[in-house]
Design a protein around this ligand. Structure first.
Ligand code: PLP
Length: 392
């Protein structure tokens, strides 16, 4: 049976063109880019070109790009990097940070760690669709607010945040407050140029845009007070120690370049299939609700997050897997946990209903035939599970 992969928010397959671009680096560019001999220079050239490409796509200076091991490290570095600089450069006591209740754990947990170190953290609520109100950001900013960290697009429900408005609101209250955005899920789907968004720091990862795992970047605006999370050899302009993953950086740059060039076509492809799937499921299943923005333009074009009251998301996943379909109940990172999604509960969804959540995230390899197969299989799975359910 042909498998249907509908978990592109968890990770994407490697684009063969990205693989091809990485191969020569793995074969011939294995030198340490910090060396001064020829082998090193081959690696250095590939790394410099990758940095130039990422910078060109973000319309920033190459020196503002720090290569990292992915989204988690970029988020941790942004939060830790700003907090450490705040303490070291101002010789100030721990200050204040702002984030939202629907952030990825790669943001929420470093924030909790800062709280244990004496920082104050305001976690802003979201509305029913997962949106942060820019006015609530403005109201929360204080004289000692070092950083506001709000994601560009949510990984579970696909909500697109008004980041430019949020950044403007924060800085209108305190121009010294820095703004970070986790653009891991937004990259490739919307315009994430930092100047457009008005942010000082921005996180990226390659494996959500058909690049390799273990490769990411953090944009750090020129003159932003920042201290490295990883210290050691002083690589990446003293902002991230460790010999660079040159092939990974080339993979990220190539994936970002392709995503940029093909953005409209990709969005049309996955958006069209997503809308078709939603139509089929609405018709095939009574009692199904859409999580996140009702207006499809307010969410990532490949995201369909649904709740099926009376059934367990985990059971749906297992049955779908037997039908050849890969999906997710919540974010992959919290799979195995029995807690309902913090994103759905923050949106005011009843925890019992949140347990029935299913996230379908489409990608470039999906076809109409595959989507129609899921449109038939999923209603059957739900009907079977509801017939077994003791609750109904
Ligand atoms: C919004 C968001 N931020 C951060 C991450 C972590 O990225 P990585 O897997 O590259 O560490 C993810 C991945 O699930 C994500 O969806």
């Amino acid at each position: 049976m042909e498998r249907v992969y509908l978990d592109h928010a968890a990770t994407t397959p490697l684009d063969p063109r990205v693989f091809e671009a990485m191969l020569p680096v793995l074969r011939e560019g294995w030198g340490n880019p910090s060396g001064i001999y020829r082998e090193a220079q081959t690696a250095r050239k590939a790394l410099d070109e990758a940095r130039d490409t990422v910078a060109a796509r973000l319309e920033c200076a190459p020196a503002e790009i720090v290569f990292t091991s992915g989204g988690t490290e970029s988020d941790n570095s942004a939060i830790r990097g700003v907090s450490a600089a705040w303490r070291a450069e101002r010789r100030a006591p721990p200050g204040h940070m702002i984030t939202s209740a629907v952030e990825h754990h790669a943001v929420l947990e470093p924030m909790e760690a800062l709280e244990r170190d004496g920082w104050e953290v305001t976690v802003l609520p979201v509305d029913r669709e997962g949106l942060v109100d820019p006015a609530s950001v403005q109201a929360a900013v204080r004289d000692d607010t070092a950083l506001v960290s709000i994601m560009t697009a949510n990984n579970e429900v696909g909500t697109l945040q008004p980041i430019a408005e949020i950044a403007r609101a924060a800085k209108s209250r305190n121009p010294a407050t820095l703004v970070h955005t986790d653009a891991v899920q937004a990259a490739g789907a919307i315009d994430i140029r930092p100047d457009l968004l008005g942010v000082d720091l921005l996180s990226l990862t390659a494996h959500k845009i058909y690049g390799p795992k273990g490769a990411g970047a953090l944009f750090v605006r020129h003159r932003t007070p920042f201290r490295p999370l990883l210290i050691g050899g002083g690589q990446e302009g003293d902002r991230r120690a460790g010999t660079e993953n040159v092939a990974g950086a080339v993979g990220l740059a190539t994936a970002l370049d392709l995503a940029h060039a093909e953005m409209d076509a990709r969005n049309a492809h996955v958006g069209g299939l997503r809308d078709r799937l939603w139509r089929n499921l609405r018709e095939g299943i009574g009692d199904v609700s859409l999580n996140g923005p009702r207006d499809m333009r307010g969410r990532l074009p490949n995201n369909l997050s649904l709740c099926f009251p009376g059934v367990e998301g985990e059971s749906i996943l297992l049955h779908l897997d037997m039908e050849g379909v890969a999906a997710s109940s919540v974010s992959a990172c919290s799979t195995g946990s029995t807690e309902p999604s913090h994103v759905l509960t923050a949106m005011g969804i009843d925890p019992d209903i949140a347990h029935s959540a299913l996230r379908l995230t489409l990608g470039l390899g999906n076809t109409e035939a595959q989507i129609d197969r899921v449109g038939r299989a999923l209603p059957e799975v739900i009907a079977r599970l509801r017939a077994l359910s003791p609750i109904r």
